[in-house]
Every structure is written in structure tokens, then in C-alpha cells.
Design a protein around this ligand. Sequence first.
Ligand code: UD1
Ligand code: UDP
Length: 412
Amino acid sequence: MKCRIIAILGTRPEAIKLAVVIQELRRRSEEFEVVIVHTGQHRTMLDQAMQLFKIKPDFDLDVMRPNQTLSSLTGRVVDTVENACRRSEPHVILVQGDTTTAFASALAAYYLQIPVAHVEAGLRSKDIYNPFPEEVNRRLVAVMSEIHFAPTALARDNLLEEGVPSQKIVVTGNTVVDTLRALADLPRSWQNTPLGGIPSDDCRLVLVTSHRRESWGAAQESMCLALKDLVERHPDIRVIYPVHMNPNVRSTVTSLLAGTERIHLTDPLDYLTFVSLLQRSFLVLTDSGGVQEEAPTFRKPVLVMRKVTERPEASQFGMAKIIGTSRDDIVSEAERLLNDREEYRDMSEGENPYGDGHGSERIVEAIARWYQKKTPLLEPDKEFKLPPKPHPRRRKDDFVEASGKATAAGKS
Ligand code: UD1
Ligand code: UDP
């Protein structure tokens, strides 16, 4: 009998990171039957990604409401995913990451005693309000999971520390690196994209994204004011800022930045256009999890506008820095990279520490072995190993602590 697996998606990053796993499951169609459940936590932003990866949901649960609260969203996801599980009777459900979709779907499966396999397990900031509510979502999924796909050794160690048995953990590499490798040609021209109107001159491009709930309000405002300062002080840069659909983010960003010279606000970009923008950018300022993991593939320095990250590997490799959200810190840290070539060169060296492009193969192989009751889930020599660290020339105090907390800039 084939292994019947429900793959759950609800938000943009889940589609981007699970599409490659779904493709691999389909490639092994003699062993697996895949049912795709789209909770609809995001509508436009997820549908954009689903079209690109040609994923058609078998169930579309349509839970999104404008400006939804976490409680109402959670309730709707638990309820509707339970129904989808009852109808499909899967052997296992696959959830990804730390969203409400992932947490509430795992809960629905747990109530029905269906095993949960968790992709991107074990990331921890160790601060339950940063990122909020994702840190707790991800921990709760771990409590309910039967198989834990930890992207890196650090994530595995976090799970071991919490008492997860080692035989239930597989170190896979983050599947977003597989996605980047699988992409078709990126657009060479931006003419028919939302970036079409941006003048092509010699300006250096600063890519900005932000959406975290813990930054809504004052922190989001100071990020915007820092961007204004930067374009005023540096006539040779353009800021390109695809603004998240969340109305709490959009209202602050548009009221403070719309119409500012050399700051280009756009709607969310389709993934190919976004990645091509990343590739052409000089520098990235973000609070996004996925963008932190993607930028090292293109050796783009990332300044992480958060107090703490659950993804400290790029900082430990010297390719990213956690800078907090204060206006002064954002300006001064960005200026170090804009003004100092050595600083810039030091942060743009090294291999992506999050994955090697084979995460989805490892995940699917481990599920197949689990279904056949084989052990170990994956031979240890087949697990993802970190690439060598780039040679650090920088001063020691610039490195982030292993915990992923900002050093100089934990001030915000
Ligand atoms: C969610 C995830 C976050 C993830 C992010 C990815 C939770 C708690 N948060 O945050 O972990 O990093 O997605 O982007 O799961 N909206 C639209 N159209 C869309 C998407 C959103 O209009 O396509 C608007 C709606 O008004 C919606 C609001 O954005 O109510 C917030 O969406 P929600 O999924 O609740 O949280 P995010 O802040 O997007
Ligand atoms: N992304 C995109 N278009 C955009 C902004 C981001 O396709 O306009 C992609 C980005 O490449 C990354 C993912 O969306 O893969 C990150 O999503 P988001 O920042 O919304 O969520 P997070 O990763 O923080 O959970």
C-alpha cells in the first residue's frame, strides 16, 4: 500500500519551501500518494507562489479574513484541517515551519492521532515573544511530531536539548536552497514586472522586507525613518521595498514612505522577480526568516532588523548581522557596508550554511523509510553537513553569539 500523505500549506513561505518536497514525493509516485491541503491563511501571496510551482490544492479551506486575529485563525484552521484529514485518512501529515497553519494543522492531526512530520524543525530563538507567535508555534509542533526534519545540526541540538529522541530527527538542509537551485531562468528584464518603473542607473539597490508582528508600530516606524535617512545621506542608493499584504504593515509603510525619492514601494513580488531582485541587490535589510536563508546563496550581506534570530547560522558565518530595530543602529550598520569595501567584502563570502539543495530528497527518503519501519530514518553520512566557515578577517566583537542575539545592536 502506498503511503498517503497530506502536505499542508497556508502561507507564502510554506509554498516556497514545500513545493520541492511535493515534487519529490510525486517523482516517487509508486510509493506515495500526496493530498495537498491549502488552508488559505494567505490568499494572494500564496496563490502567487502556488501558480509558479504548479501546485493545485485538493482541498482549499479558505480561512483567510481581512486583518484576522490569531485565535480566530487558529480555530478555523483546526476545524477545517480536521475535516480534510477525516476525508483523506492519511498515514502522515507534513507541516512546514512555524505559522498558524503549521501549528493548528499539527494540532488537528494530533487530535485524530495521525503522525505529524515537521519540516524545518528545531529552530529556536529561546524568546517566546520574538518572533511572535512563531517561536511558540514551532515548539508546540515539535511536541506533537513523530518525525523532525531539522535543517541544520544546530536545530537538531535544540531538539535534543528538549528531549526529542535522536532517532526521530533527520538533519536535511533547508529546502529553500533546493527551491533556489530548481528555479527556471530568472527574469533578465524587469519590464513587465512591478519593478519595471525603477530607473536603471548606477544606484546600488537596497532590498527591504518586513512584516513581523513584534515590530508593528514603533519598531516598524523606526525602520521606515532609517530608510529615509539612508536615501537622504546616500544619493547613490535606491531602496526597493515589496510591502507585505498585512494591513498593519502596509499602513505604516505607505504613510511614512510613499512618494519618497529613491524609495520604491511595490506590492508583494512573484517569487522569480523577487529572487532576481535579490540577485541584483547590493544589500538586504529584512526581518523575514526565508530571506535570511536565501541571501547567502547569492552572497548578499543581510542586516536582520530583529532583536534575535532563530536562524543564527548566517551570522555565525559572518554573512549576516542581527542589528535590532532602532533607527540609529539601522543607519549606522547599513552605512558600514555602504561606505567600507572591506566590511562589505567580508560579509559577502562563503557558502550558504542553511542547505545544499538536497533537503527534499532526504525528507522523502526518510518518510519512505519511516513508513517501511526501517531504522535509522537516514544514514548519518547522508545528512546535511555545514560547509566550511569563511575565513573571518573581522574583529571578534562583530560576531553574533551562538544564541543568535544581537551583540552591539541588541539595544533596540
Ligand atoms: C504569517 C505568519 C508568519 C509568516 C508570514 C509569511 C502566522 C502567525 N504568521 O504572518 O509566520 O512569516 O505569514 O508571510 O502564521 N493578507 C492578505 N493577503 C495575503 C496575505 C495576507 O490580504 O495574501 C492580509 C490579511 O488581511 C490577513 C493579514 O494579511 O488577515 C495577516 O495575515 P496572517 O496570515 O494572519 O499573518 P502574517 O502577518 O501574514
Ligand atoms: N518573497 C516573495 N516576494 C516578496 C517578498 C518575499 O516571493 O515580495 C519570498 C522570499 O523570497 C522568501 C519568502 O517570500 O522565500 C519569505 O516570506 P515571508 O518574508 O513572508 O515569510 P517568513 O520567511 O518570514 O516566514
